[in-house]
Design a protein around this ligand. Structure first.
Ligand code: FAD
Length: 503
């Protein structure tokens, strides 16, 4: 599939969803491409011990300086290491990102839903063109990521009683289940259930990586395909800290520090290219640009860079003491979303996420991710005193519009599924930020270089030719009541089509 190498060159910064799409498309077009990734590679080891596990978190779960845990409320300190989860602690929110070759796909729950048109269009500008995405780019993204629904034989396994029980709960609510795809190799989940592979997906343990290899992370899909073109070179443990215009010619010079496993800078390397594609994730892509603007290195960048950060309308809740059996362990990744379009604050969605509690605690509670629409947006700004970017999300618990809408939905859910049947002590929602739930943190930090604002609708960063954004920073803070990775992939595919058609 590789085109013949041309004299043109590109640099991609980051190997998450956007970066992987860019790398493959550039490689296929014959453009010599260098990909900088700050984290390490995570090949699946035959001994089943590639990643840390939920019950035994260790340094492999935490990017340098972060504690190991799904959120800070439950995290433990570990020695510095290039682990897979990066906790960006902001003012008013914690945003969690993946780190390593594959980015967020190493840690993601593998949920790959398509948003409904009406939810997408409440957030995105009309020019984002949902019909085109639906026609061309969502199908392509699905095919490339290799996604599929939870198969019926796995659903009927005893360890998936939780997913089946969830269907009964939502039936009591009076809603229809919406089924969607997951980026999972179900044959390897079957092997987990037979005991021939270490358990991960089948016990809901996906957040630190999946030791059986059942997660179809980007290092198993887009990235090897990009390397096979012969035109793409991925450089792990290379953290970019500077982007500037090339002196005499069009294009850019990018500088990265090469890290060792203790976080020490071994050396710095500089590379030049005709085109740069930013894909370091919403916070870190924005950080690179707000720094370059503040230090006068790229002074023509839009003043709107740093605006529009959102947590995708996420609100994490638990239902404790469920009436149905959710199993001693909860087979994952999760199941079926419901929508309620009849809430006073506008539509909301809720999905079941398997929780990797050690057996037999799976019966004690379930975790549910709620998503609502909200106009609340934060910012990513450069702090001259620390010379770092700061995330600010100024919506305290209690006064936040997002919390109000989500709590109203969660309370209605409890009433309609339990209280009205005489079971108020079952399915009790717990959503306090104090214990890391509600909107205390998000796995879906988006925005910062938003389409139609700091970037054109084609992904070109305003102020500089040949500088593009292809990751979650391009998205206006939310994708519309679903998890965002498939939408980021689809938008990146479209950006690359347009780039290759015109340049
Ligand atoms: C625990 C968890 C679970 C999630 N579950 C789901 C899910 O089930 N479904 C879903 O749709 N989404 C999920 N997400 C969100 C999803 O992972 C992100 O939306 C997605 O990965 C964002 O893609 P991206 O292209 O913006 O960049 P990312 O995937 O964030 O990748 C950015 C990459 O850039 C690298 N990088 C950062 N800074 C630099 C630098 N200076 N130099 C070089 N490299 C750099 C990072 O190490 C990383 O590899 C989850 C996220 C988390 C944290």
């Amino acid at each position: 599939m590789a085109g013949p190498a041309t004299e043109r060159t590109a640099i991609v910064i980051g190997t998450g969803f956007g970066g992987s799409v860019a790398a493959l498309r550039l490689g296929r077009a014959g453009i010599r491409t260098t990909v900088f990734e700050r984290g390490r590679r995570w090949p699946i080891r035959p001994d089943g011990d590639t990643f840390a596990t939920f019950t035994n978190p260790d340094k492999r779960a935490a990017w340098f300086g972060s504690p190991a845990g799904a959120n800070l409320a439950t995290a433990i300190p570990v020695e510095p290491y290039p682990g897979v989860l990066d906790h960006v602690v902001g003012n008013g929110i914690e945003a969690v990102y993946g780190a390593g070759v594959g980015g967020g796909s190493l840690v993601f729950g593998s949920f790959t839903p398509v948003p409904r048109r009406r939810d997408f269009e409440l957030i995105f500008p009309a020019a984002a063109d949902y019909p085109e995405l639906e026609r061309s780019y969502y199908p392509r993204a699905k095919r490339m990521l290799g996604v599929s629904p939870l198969p019926s034989d796995i659903l009927s396994h005893p360890d998936y009683v939780g997913a089946r029980s969830w269907l009964k709960v939502i039936d009591r609510y009076g809603a229809d289940p919406h089924f969607f795809d997951f980026a999972i190799d179900w044959d390897l989940v079957r092997a987990e259930l037979r005991g021939t592979r270490p358990r991960g997906v089948s016990i809901g343990d996906l957040t630190y990586g999946v030791n059986s290899g059942a997660k179809k992370s980007l290092d198993h899909t887009y990235l090897p395909a990009a390397e096979q073109t012969g035109n793409v070179r991925i450089l792990p443990m290379h953290e970019v800290f500077d982007i500037r215009q090339r002196p005499r010619r069009r294009g850019f010079a990018v500088t990265a520090r090469v890290l060792d496993e203790s976080g020490r800078t071994v050396r710095t390397v500089r590379a030049e290219a005709d085109h740069v594609f930013l894909a370091a994730g919403s916070f870190h892509t924005t950080e690179l640009l707000v720094r370059a603007r503040a230090l006068g290195i790229l002074p023509r960048l839009s003043p709107r860079i740093g605006e529009g950060f959102g947590g995708n309308g996420d609100f994490l809740t638990t239902r404790s003491n469920p009436r149905e059996d959710f199993g001693a362990v909860q087979g994952g990744p999760g199941y079926a979303r419901i929508y309620d379009d009849d809430l006073p604050g506008g539509p909301a969605s809720m999905v079941y996420q398997a929780t990797p509690l050690p057996s037999p605690l799976g019966k004690a509670l379930t975790t549910n991710l709620v998503q609502v629409h909200t106009d609340e947006r934060g910012s990513i700004d450069f702090d001259h005193a620390t010379r770092r970017a700061v995330l600010t999300y100024p919506y305290p618990e209690g006064s936040s519009d997002l919390d109000r809408r989500a709590n109203a939905f969660v309370e209605r859910f409890h009433y309609r599924t339990e209280t009205r049947y005489g079971y108020p002590a079952n399915g009790i929602p717990l959503s306090s930020r104090l214990i890391g739930f509600g909107s205390a943190s998000t796995y879906h930090g988006l925005g910062g270089v938003v389409m139609g604002k700091a970037a054109s609708m084609n992904g070109a960063v305003k102020g500089y030719d040949d500088l593009y954004v292809v990751d979650g920073s391009f998205v206006p803070g939310a994708v519309g009541l679903v998890n965002p990775s498939l939408t980021i992939t689809a938008l990146a595919e479209r950006t690359m089509d347009r780039f290759l058609a015109t340049r």
